[in-house]
Design a protein around this ligand. Structure first.
Ligand code: ZN
Length: 404
């Protein structure tokens, strides 16, 4: 396979501790060599080796591809009317997720697949090269199996979330539903899934039910992650830390004890800025978490009810504007932080040996991702070394032929 050199990079975010002590590993006037889908070399543009193809970044910034560690991309229908009414101040009866469950059950595999691939393409165009995808809109054995099977066609990071909400037909029989989830539903879904997840929240699953779900998944070789503390403080963070979850997600309402427990653990706290934006909840304080030593990731939580954005740059802008993160911290959280939330060390960094998931920005610095919100700043995306966008990459010869 031929070698690709991306050179004349004005600001290269490697996420590798660099000589000058910058923990975000920013290099200037840098170059990256890509070979066989991997990063082969990183260093000064002056020392760059020869390559078959060269892309001139013209002083622009390069970052690792975004790692979006939390999404719900397999579903039918949308909930635009619910959003419109919520923005107009109308009060909503419960049933949002259940309406998506009904729409999803009524949508064919082929149609779900077309929609799913459309969302993944949308994410790639915005710089996301790895995405975790959850089930959770099927809530029956056959429908949950469909969702994890379809998700596994586009990513290895598949999460079985049969315990998303209690479906209407089990309204007063939550424990019976948990029995179904950890019995035949898990049997049907485990082979397609890497992760087991549960929505541990008042109105969803209690901490005891959540523990049963997670322990059943762990017993089948799945790794735990948890939705918790989205609507109010609860016991989900403590449970996640106790069970060694890779990540606990939302964390809008955290107690001091939660923060201490997270800081002393290797469980990542994944913030989902699109949720607070789309529901008008108050934003969690990322500064408090980072200053306490918690590892923080940012993800989009793309879903039709509470966060229908697929844009990591948009979430970075919110995290900086409203959650107290610096631009460098937010970009780290959306790349290396997401990788940690998926327990991956081959992505989220630009270092020799890592997967060549690389984003070239139309900007001189990563800061522009927050400084210029809503502006499409992604020039080119390489996923596993392959250029993904039909975009004119400045200064390159013959680049369009690599597009796919
Ligand atoms: Zn979610």
């Amino acid at each position: 396979m031929s070698a690709l050199l991306i050179t004349n990079i004005g600001e290269l975010t490697t996420n590798v501790g660099s000589r000058d002590g910058d923990r975000f590993g920013a290099l200037h006037d840098a170059a990256v060599l890509v070979e066989d889908g991997r990063i082969a070399w990183v260093g000064s543009a002056l020392d760059a080796p020869a390559a078959d193809e060269t892309v001139d970044a013209r002083g622009h910034a390069v970052i690792p591809g975004f790692v979006d560690s939390h999404s719900h991309l397999v579903f039918g229908g949308d909930r635009a009317a619910e959003f419109e009414a919520r923005m107009a101040g109308q009060k909503y009866a419960a049933g949002g997720i259940r309406s998506t469950v009904a729409a999803t059950r009524a949508t064919s595999d082929d149609e779900l697949r077309v929609r799913l691939r459309g969302f993944v393409d949308e994410m790639i165009a915005q710089g996301t090269t790895t995405v975790e995808i959850k089930s959770g809109y099927g809530l029956s054995i056959d429908d949950e199996e469909r969702l994890v099977r379809l998700a596994a066609e586009v990513t290895p990071e598949v999460t079985f979330l049969g315990a998303h909400v209690i479906p209407a037909e089990y309204a007063d029989r939550a424990d019976e539903y948990v029995d179904l989830v950890i019995g035949p539903m898990l049997d049907a879904c485990a082979a397609h899934s890497k992760w087991i997840d549960v929505f541990c929240e008042t109105g969803a699953f209690t901490v005891e039910q959540s523990r049963r779900v997670l322990e059943a998944g762990i017993a089948r070789g799945l790794q735990p992650r948890v939705h918790a503390s989205q609507l109010g403080p609860g016991d989900g963070v403590r449970l996640a830390v106790e069970l060694g979850a890779a990540s606990v997600d939302h964390g809008t309402y955290l107690t001091d004890a939660d923060v201490l427990a997270l800081a002393a653990s290797d469980t990542v706290l994944t913030l989902l800025p699109g949720v607070e934006f789309s529901t008008r909840q108050s934003y969690p304080d990322a500064r408090r978490l980072i200053d306490a030593g918690v590892t923080v990731a940012i993800a989009c939580d793309t879903n039709p009810g509470s966060s229908f954005t697929s844009s990591m740059p948009f979430c970075i802008a919110i995290a900086v504007r409203d959650m107290g993160m610096t631009p460098a911290e937010a970009v780290w959280a959306a790349t290396a932080g997401g990788a940690r939330a998926l327990r991956r060390d081959d992505i989220g960094v630009i270092a020799a040996g890592a997967r060549a998931d690389v984003v070239l920005l139309k900007a001189t610095s990563r800061t522009h991702l927050a400084y210029r919100p809503g502006v499409p700043l992604v020039q080119q995306v390489w996923k596993h070394g392959v250029a993904m966008l039909d975009a004119p990459t400045t200064g390159t010869e013959d680049h369009g032929s690599l597009t796919r």
